[in-house]
Design a protein around this ligand. Structure first.
Ligand code: AMP
Ligand code: GLY
Length: 435
């Protein structure tokens, strides 16, 4: 029988709850530890209180003293801070790139440079190091102009400026917020999809794709958020498009990273625009998406721990993960005031009743001293259902939400609309309704 492995999972959001939920199902799991975790993760893992997950030496020390074989790093901040490097230096396997390779997410200017060197199709861009340079470019660039902060901005650093005035305002605001460099790029037209790829430094294995809903309100209106819901797999990401994205985008990027002496090992999240000319790269992230992970994990039939162990130890060659048939859909329940100023501390109830219909991943929850479950973040829960088709998954997820009580909660009622619209397309094409 294969050896059991002790795992330390870093992070405390819905993505990490989904990872913990799936890791706990592995026949290979020994001890499962998590930091900081959350009350949902606590159902599957022992929480390490007080560990600073941005401190690589502290993480490696805690992992060593707990006999951890594998550290799984969920969010981008510890990766950018070099926590994977610290673990590997201490002889502990880790899933996640070095700080040098995490620059694919932490610096958009760096990613543009790598794409140019590797011939990866992406929006044409210039990097501006001063307000004057950025404004000069914006004065003549085609509109809409996409204005991006270079560094990590938790999803708030991208402005799609439809007019010159908007572009100027965005440039001025981002420099005023302390950004030193902006990336200004052309607008790509098409449908977006997120492709997730396991990379062991040599071999890249695509997982399935997902589609996220970044805007707060139905109809893709309102402010950008970390993601209000997701579904998988999107039918627009066909096997051919996946192969094309691997051949033209992911593999050339990985080869360029290896050539630079900073091979990428971990989960590469390619944000794609499916344009008329084929898939183009919008951006990379160096981790699973949140809430995309909450729809990938329930569909994964293969053993996650085995796949992550192989990712961390150079053993992915020949891996072909199995996926169950059907679709998964997750709806995020967010706190009132999210994303600008989420109000936390509200009682959360009804989760047991909801669990009969859907898997409820905790994204931002906490327990009070009295043991009550309360909201503790902008995104509070990710309510996830799996069914044979997307309509059935949506019915289950929304019926589960009906059973949950979270005062003032906000959620979108149209998660999966693109795909569900595609499903209905034959009727519309026959002109039975509307117009
Ligand atoms: P990011 O935070 O870089 O993922 O960007 C947020 C969102 O902005 C993306 O998911 C896209 O919807 C949009 N976006 C970013 N860059 C472009 C682009 N060049 N063309 C069109 N949309 C873009
Ligand atoms: N849902 C998008 C992200 O995780 O960046």
């Amino acid at each position: 029988m294969a050896m059991r492995r002790n795992v330390l999972l870093l992070g405390g959001g819905g993505r990490e709850h989904a990872l913990a939920w799936k890791l706990a199902q592995s026949p290979l799991i020994g001890r499962l530890l998590a930091a900081p975790g959350n009350p949902g993760i606590a159902a599957h893992a022992e929480l390490l209180a007080g560990l600073d997950i941005l401190d690589g030496d502290a993480v490696a020390g805690a992992a060593r003293s707990a006999g951890v074989d594998l550290v799984v790093i969920g969010p981008e901040a510890p990766l950018a801070a070099g926590v994977a490097d610290a673990c590997r230096s201490a002889g502990i396997a880790a899933v996640g790139p070095s700080a040098a390779a995490a620059r694919l997410e932490s610096s958009k200017a760096f990613t543009k440079e790598v794409c140019a060197a590797a011939g990866v199709p992406t929006a044409a861009a210039v990097t501006a190091e001063s307000p004057a340079a950025a404004l000069a470019h914006a004065a003549a660039a085609p509109l809409p102009l996409v204005v991006k902060a270079d560094g990590l901005m938790a999803g708030k650093g991208v402005i799609i400026a439809a007019s010159r005035a908007e572009a100027e305002a965005a440039i001025t605001a981002l420099f005023a917020q302390g950004q030193r460099r902006l990336v200004l790029e052309t607008f790509l037209e098409g449908e977006e999809a997120s492709l997730f790829v396991l990379c062991d430094g040599k071999t890249a294995v695509p997982l399935i794709a997902a589609q996220d809903h970044k805007r707060l309100l139905d109809g893709d209106l309102g402010p950008n958020t970390g993601g209000m819901g997701a579904y998988a797999p999107p039918s627009c990401m066909t096997a051919e498009r996946t192969a094309e994205a691997m051949d033209r985008i992911v593999r050339p990027t990985l080869a360029e990273m290896a050539r630079r002496g900073t091979p990428f090992q971990g989960i590469l999240f390619a944000g794609l625009m499916l344009t008329a000319g084929g898939p183009m790269l919008v951006e990379y992230n160096v981790r699973f998406g949140d809430p995309e992970c909450q729809v990938l994990m329930p569909l994964l039939e293969a053993d996650l721990l085995d796949l992550l162990w192989r990712t961390a130890t150079g053993g992915l060659q020949g891996a072909v993960p199995r996926w169950r048939a059907g679709r998964a859909l997750t709806v995020v329940m967010a706190a009132p005031g999210y994303p600008a100023a989420p109000q936390t501390g509200a009682l959360v109830a009804g989760l047991e009743a909801a669990a009969a219909l859907a898997t409820v991943f905790h994204a931002g929850t906490a327990r009070t001293a009295a043991g009550e479950l309360v909201s503790a973040g902008g995104r509070v829960l990710a309510v996830t259902a799996v069914a044979d088709d997307l309509d059935a998954a949506a019915r289950l997820a929304y019926a589960a939400i009906d059973r949950i009580r979270l005062p003032g909660a906000q959620w979108r009622t149209d998660i999966g609309w693109r795909e569900r619209h595609r499903g209905n397309a034959p009727h519309q094409a026959r002109g039975e309704k509307e117009e």
